[in-house]
Design a binder for this molecule. Structure first.
Ligand code: SF4
Length: 359
């Protein structure tokens, strides 16, 4: 990195939240953000080639994505962390990349998560030693709003796109919305993008039954939200004429999270302790869907994800208590579209037959 030039900073791709992270880095910290390239089979193959075999699939995807960021010209990588083994991933992935011969600066956010304000400021200073706290705070608020809009609009998309009269209308409006968020430099532009997509959605004709089939999705934080990692499962299932609901979003899990203690009240018979970063929330959300009369549940996780393996018996119990089908899906670098479609079609037939029987 040349002196007095902004860092060219990148981070591993994460669903479509990249636009919000880009916004904070550029508008809040004055860096130049290299938006991570879209995830492809190449990304995953690259990551899998250099990862320990037993690592969970997000480890491999994140590593592959970081390699592609460096190839795209990033001189600095930023790595997130989490409450599971993701907390150690930054250290390990940095070492793998250096052993491969890449040169870069590395901002491992796990190192700065001490709960102390001064350590948080150190991380910001790493990106730009002359950053303004006020600018950063304002940009963070806009970025949170961006993530909330993204989750709201994505939710609306998968609740309705399976019922549109002419295929493609929802998807086109959604893509225009995403393009606008990635290009947004101001709060006003974020608001305009949000209003425009809401208007566009309203104009799309749909034919939806009074009681459509509804499926509630729960699952691991990365795999459930990232459509590349779950082989676009929401798109595939909604395309069969199903209304999809997914509680696990950045808005619910990070921005407005009510906390384990309060969620645990309703699931104490199944789980008394938090077993991982999303276990309490997933068990709680599954029970909500079942009690609200949903037609099916789906649990999405990555291979080698210990916390979500622990959740499965509790979900099984919810399914039995409420007589609701549940489909467990595990994704790894070998997962294929064909295998997924077969399971989705069988699941769809099951929830459709069940509806006929209980009607
Ligand atoms: S929650 Fe599971 S899949 Fe996600 S990073 Fe942690 S161990 Fe890996």
């Amino acid at each position: 990195m040349k002196e007095n030039e902004p860092r060219k900073i990148a981070f591993p791709r994460y669903a479509e939240y990249n636009c919000a992270i880009k916004y904070i880095l550029e508008q809040g910290l004055g860096a130049k953000c290299i938006v991570p390239p879209k995830l492809t089979r190449r990304t995953l193959e690259l990551g899998a080639r250099y990862s320990p075999d037993y690592a969970c699939t997000p480890f491999k995807t994140l590593l592959g994505s970081m390699i592609e960021c460096l190839e795209a010209g990033a001189d600095t990588l930023m790595m997130v962390y989490g409450l599971c083994k993701l907390g150690y991933y930054g250290e390990l992935e940095e070492q793998i990349l250096r052993d491969l011969g890449y040169e870069f600066d590395f901002l491992n956010l796990a190192v700065y998560d001490t709960g102390k304000k001064r350590d948080f400021l150190k991380a910001a200073k790493f990106v730009n030693p002359r950053f303004s706290i006020r600018k950063l705070a304002l940009a963070a608020m806009d970025a949170f709003r961006m993530a909330e809009y993204l989750d709201e609009v994505t939710g609306e998309l998968y609740q309705n796109c399976g019922f549109q009269v002419r295929p493609g209308g929802y998807e086109a409006a959604y893509q225009t919305f995403l393009n606008a968020l990635y290009a947004a430099d101001t709060k006003a532009e974020i608001e305009v993008a949000h209003q425009a997509v809401k208007r566009a959605f309203l104009e799309i004709p749909i034919e939806k039954p009074v009681r459509p089939l509804r499926v509630g999705i729960v699952g691991e934080f990365y795999t459930a939200m990232d459509e590349f990692s779950n082989l676009e499962v929401e798109k595939k299932l909604s395309g069969m004429g199903v209304e999809i609901h997914r509680w696990m979003t950045v808005t619910n899990r990070m921005i407005h999270y009510p906390g384990e203690k309060n969620l645990n009240v309703k699931i104490r018979d199944l789980s008394q302790y938090e077993m991982g970063p999303t276990s309490t929330a997933n068990i709680w959300a599954a029970r909500q869907y079942a009690e609200r009369g949903f037609d099916g549940l789906m649990h999405i996780k990555s291979a080698n994800c210990t916390p979500e393996i622990d959740v499965m018996p509790a979900l099984q119990a919810i399914a039995q208590q409420n007589r609701i089908p549940i489909l467990f899906l595990t994704f790894d670098s070998q997962s294929s579209d064909t295998g997924l479609m077969t399971r989705l079609e069988a699941f769809y037939d099951m929830i459709q037959m069940r509806r006929k029987v209980i009607q």
